[in-house]
Design a binder for this molecule. Structure first.
Ligand code: ADE
Length: 486
């Protein structure tokens, strides 16, 4: 992840960011921080960058020209995501940090004085972000806040990969209280459950404390959390059908857009995936209308009922995939992994992944499908959820998690088939998911008898053919992603 910070005070942001964890991440090359002095791009004599606002008013404005030229110098003809730090922006949240962490490059524009000429903002800015309802003297501190919050989500920046996942705001809860040695301090004892070694009890205790704390301090967040929990409970009435929606919400990867009993719309922001289930066609109609009004960006719908697919088809230009069967692993015990060398995949495996993930694509031109698949696979690798099986040190197959949480992309090289490598890869992934207390699931075409047999062999429960993926047609992806999973 590379940050380009456009500012009048580059030394201020560089000093602030080149210390501690973020500084070390920059040293290791996990992130890049480039501070560009807007003043270097002025065409005015004496390095002047500001002038009086038309119409009068207090203070000075930064002029359009030096900002635009500084931007052009870093954008190099492209259109990178460009965040303007301003108290008039959207409030910065952990969700926003998570979303920005997926970008490869970010331009951050810091204002000073009374702001920046609106015309250049209109041309270059993609997001306006505020760090709170108060006014600072400039955008440098807000930019540092944003860089810090985003950088610590970049894989490898925090030493403990899971720590970003248990802390405050993950899944709408504040973090539980923590204790370290000594066991007794000022006559206060560490809660005994934390000394018990029983990880399930510890997790339960922590969740209860998180809930208490959130309810007391942030009733707004707590209400959101409760509604999600309640919706998950309603969806569990038909668990095999709804496991994909339950897990999206449970893992904190999705937002609840609509939740009335078993009528639910959940949304996964990265893949722009909208997951829906409805009780009746009347409910479906209401929900489709609701979506039309809300108008979120959607590339895919995943629906559980045929009537929903039809209703959505009347509103959006869609291409439907065949219905899939959903399989989920609900047992407690880990599965035996009968292959010794399975490991997480890094960027170095990307060529291999692209070559084999794309090979069965059909439909759109090869060029588009390769480009989109590469971007998708690269994002999946960065998520840390792609795993490879190695035979004599060479990659022989892989499996991964899709962005909405299902297991997929399973591939084993022709020469290694029939040796249980596929089963080992899936068992490995199931175990990794179970360690997190997540329910592993996948979606399979009805005619994919090899995959269905594998799911049954591993002990997954199958639903009927219920899951329908619908691609929104005029969007960038022209290849049905599930064709690649066959
Ligand atoms: N610039 C000045 N105040 C700010 C704030 N609260 N958030 C973002 N940028 C700012």
């Amino acid at each position: 992840m590379k940050f380009h910070i456009l500012t009048l005070f580059p030394e201020m942001v560089l000093q602030g960011l080149h210390t501690s964890i973020i500084g070390r991440a920059a040293e290791k090359g996990l992130i890049g921080i480039d501070a560009v002095n807007i003043r270097d791009y002025t065409q005015e004599r004496h390095g002047r960058v500001d002038d009086y606002p038309y119409g009068g008013g207090a203070g000075m404005l930064i002029q359009a020209q030096p900002v635009y030229d500084a931007y052009q110098a870093v954008a190099a003809g492209g259109k990178p995501r460009t965040v303007y730090m301003t108290p008039q922006g959207t409030p910065f949240t952990q969700k926003m940090a998570e979303e920005l962490a997926k970008e490869e490059e970010l331009v951050i524009l810091c204002g000073h004085y009374e702001g920046i000429d609106e015309r250049v903002l209109e041309e270059i800015v993609t997001d306006r972000v505020s760090i709170g309802d108060y006014v600072l003297t400039g955008g440098e501190l807000p930019a540092m806040v944003l860089v810090d919050a985003v950088s610590r989500l970049v894989p490898g920046v925090l030493s403990n990969e899971s720590s970003a996942e248990t802390e405050s705001f993950y899944n709408d809860l504040l973090e539980y209280p923590q204790y370290s040695r000594p066991e007794i301090w000022h006559e206060k004892k560490v809660p005994s459950v934390l000394l018990s070694g029983n990880h399930r009890d510890i997790a339960k205790w922590r969740l209860a404390r998180s809930e208490e704390r959130t309810a007391a301090v942030r009733p707004d967040l707590y209400a959101k959390y409760r509604q999600k929990q309640w919706t998950i409970a309603r969806l569990s009435n038909r668990k095999r059908e709804h496991i994909h929606m339950m897990e999206l919400l449970r893992r904190g990867n999705g937002e609840l857009l609509y939740g009335k009993g078993e009528n639910v719309i959940a949304y996964e922001r990265t893949g722009e995936i909208c997951l829906m289930t409805a009780v009746s066609p009347q409910d479906g109609e209401k929900m489709v209308r609701f979506l039309g009004e809300l108008n979120p960006r959607i590339s895919w719908f995943v629906v559980c009922q045929e009537f929903l697919a039809k209703q959505l088809g009347e509103m959006f230009p869609l291409r439907a995939c065949e219905p899939c069967i959903q399989a989920c692993y609900t047992r407690r015990e880990p599965l035996p992994v009968r292959h010794g060398d399975i490991r997480p995949l890094g960027e170095e495996a990307l060529e291999y992944l692209c070559a084999h993930y794309c090979q069965e694509d059909s439909g759109a031109t090869q060029e588009i499908s390769l480009e989109d698949s590469r971007e998708y696979l690269s994002e999946r690798v960065r998520s840390g959820w792609m795993f490879g099986a190695y035979v004599e040190g060479k990659l022989a197959g892989f499996i991964g998690l899709h962005d909405e949480g299902s297991m997929g992309m399973l591939y084993v090289e022709e020469t290694f088939r029939g040796r249980g490598l596929g089963a080992a890869l899936e068992s490995y992934l199931i175990n990794r998911l179970r360690e997190r207390d997540w329910t592993p699931f996948c979606q399979i075409y009805q005619d994919n008898s090899v995959s269905l047999a594998l799911q049954e062999k591993l002990g997954l429960y199958l639903s009927g053919p219920v899951i329908r993926w619908l691609e929104v047609r005029d969007c960038h992806l022209e290849v049905c992603r599930f064709q690649a999973d066959r």
